[in-house]
Design a protein around this ligand. Structure first.
Ligand SMILES: CC(C)(COP(=O)(O)OP(=O)(O)OC[C@H]1O[C@@H](n2cnc3c(N)ncnc32)[C@H](O)[C@@H]1OP(=O)(O)O)[C@@H](O)C(=O)NCCC(=O)NCCS
Length: 173
């Protein structure tokens, strides 16, 4: 369904929420014995991509990952959950926020899940030819989601300003 503007109907934040869970295994570790950052990055991209596809109702590609913070190491046996939701939408692009939490295999009954990473990714909804297509606006569900929307706007301004500044610099060098 579309609004009279031709833009798809808006959707609440909750529509896009996705959780992925898996247990870390021996093939996921680096030379130090903790989980490789690249494994976590792929997990983050996977869950964010699922949220973006659900919100946009079709194909969405990763345009940028500009902030990923590793807070705590992951270990073999940890049960890891990645939570994603669309925080902000433009015309064809959207920001997806991801939080990764772990239940330590040897401390499950004793402690709350540990936040191990957070990330912000930009996805662009594309058509079958790979061209950007309009996506539904996201409508924040709660004051917390409204706060996430405003913070996402700040990040977008910085992202685009940095890209423009670098392009200007390259055009004169
Ligand atoms: C992402 C992609 C479709 C954008 O195409 P484009 O022709 O540059 O698109 P436009 O300049 O028209 O921008 C489209 C939207 O993306 C945003 N955008 C483009 N590049 C961006 C970037 N680096 N960071 C943040 N936003 C970006 C624009 O601001 C615009 O948003 P809006 O419509 O909400 O205002 C294209 O660069 C691409 O296909 N990249 C490869 C994607 C890929 O292979 N990802 C990995 C596998 S999924």
């Amino acid at each position: 369904m579309t609004e009279h503007t031709g833009r798809p109907t808006s959707r609440p934040t909750s529509y896009s929420r996705v959780t992925l869970s898996r247990i870390m295994t021996a093939v996921d570790v680096n030379l130090y014995g903790t989980v490789h950052g690249g494994v976590i990055m792929k997990f983050v991209d996977d869950v964010a991509g699922a949220a973006a596809a659900r919100h946009s109702g079709g194909i969405a590609v990763t345009a940028s990952i500009d902030e990923i913070v590793f807070v705590e190491p992951l270990r073999v046996g940890d049960l890891v959950h990645a939570f994603a939701q669309v925080n902000w939408t433009g015309t064809t692009s959207m920001e997806v926020g991801v939080r990764v939490e772990a239940e330590r295999w040897d401390e499950v009954s004793e402690s709350a899940p540990v936040v191990v990473a957070t990330a912000y990714l930009v996805f662009v909804a594309v058509d079958a030819e790979g061209k950007p297509r309009p996506l539904p606006a996201v409508v924040p569900d709660s004051p917390q989601d409204e706060g996430r929307w405003r913070e996402a706007e700040i990040r977008r301004e910085h992202r685009l300003a940095r890209r423009d500044a670098i392009q200007r610099h390259r055009s004169v060098t």
